[in-house]
Design a binder for this molecule. Structure first.
Ligand SMILES: Nc1nc2c(ncn2[C@@H]2O[C@H](COP(=O)(O)OP(=O)(O)OP(=O)(O)O)[C@@H](O)[C@H]2O)c(=O)[nH]1
Length: 196
């Protein structure tokens, strides 16, 4: 989460179904939620970084190493939050490419929040869509103030993508593991078999 665009409110909407207009959000928060998706029981951990930090860089230091997916939120009526979102998306890609040996496919969702304030819009929907395309992530405009269904649907979709991505990574690791075991067996026994 993060971006300075009402990410806290989006997350609270997802976790509690409620819109809480003003709440103390001047610290990093870690939430746990048990939920069931496609018949599977999951323990979801969500880290919501404090957006008051002076640099976008600080926001991501910790979760970028352990998170399996990201939701980046900006405010459609605040261009600065959109610029922050751009920086954060770039950081996610760069950090994940360095840390995870080229694994840049971590699921990310870009949300343009406060759609109810479209009369004061500073960021076009097409700009959000373009940024998402460039960053290879999902995009949608939402309003934490107005609805639960869209936000719940987005989180559910993201979690499905995360599970699929983790499964693919595990399969890849298993496959390359079994290939190297096969190679090892060949190396150890291959020559001997020839000489028999
Ligand atoms: N009109 C409107 N206001 C919203 C919406 N979402 C959040 N807000 C308001 O925007 C302000 C900031 O929201 P927070 O959730 O605290 O956002 P933040 O922590 O500054 O930003 P993040 O870094 O994205 O978490 C609060 O006053 C919220 O009530 C929305 O969808 N519509």
């Amino acid at each position: 989460m993060g971006g300075g665009g009402g990410g806290g409110a989006v997350l609270v909407r997802f976790l509690t179904r409620r819109f809480i207009g003003e709440y103390a959000s001047n610290a990093n928060s870690l939430y746990n939620k048990r939920l069931s998706i496609d018949g599977r029981q999951l323990n979801l951990e969500v880290f919501d970084p404090c957006s008051q930090s002076s640099e976008a860089r600080c926001i991501l230091e910790e979760p970028v190493d352990w998170a399996d997916g990201f939701v980046v939120v900006y405010n459609i009526s605040d261009r600065t939050s959109f610029i922050n979102a751009q920086i954060i998306l770039r950081q996610i890609r760069e950090a994940r490419t360095d840390n995870c040996k080229g694994d840049s496919g971590v699921p990310v969702c870009l949300l343009g929040n406060k759609q109810d304030l479209c009369h004061a819009r500073q960021v076009g929907e097409d700009e959000g869509r373009r940024l998402a395309r460039e960053s290879r992530c999902h995009f949608q405009e939402v309003s934490a103030a107005e609805g639960y269904q869209d936000i719940a649907g987005l989180f559910t979709q993201l979690i499905r993508h995360v599970m699929e991505h983790l499964k693919q990574r595990a399969d890849r690791r298993r496959y390359s593991g079994s290939k190297s075991v096969a190679k090892l067996i060949n190396n150890v026994f291959g020559k001997r078999r020839k000489s028999v």
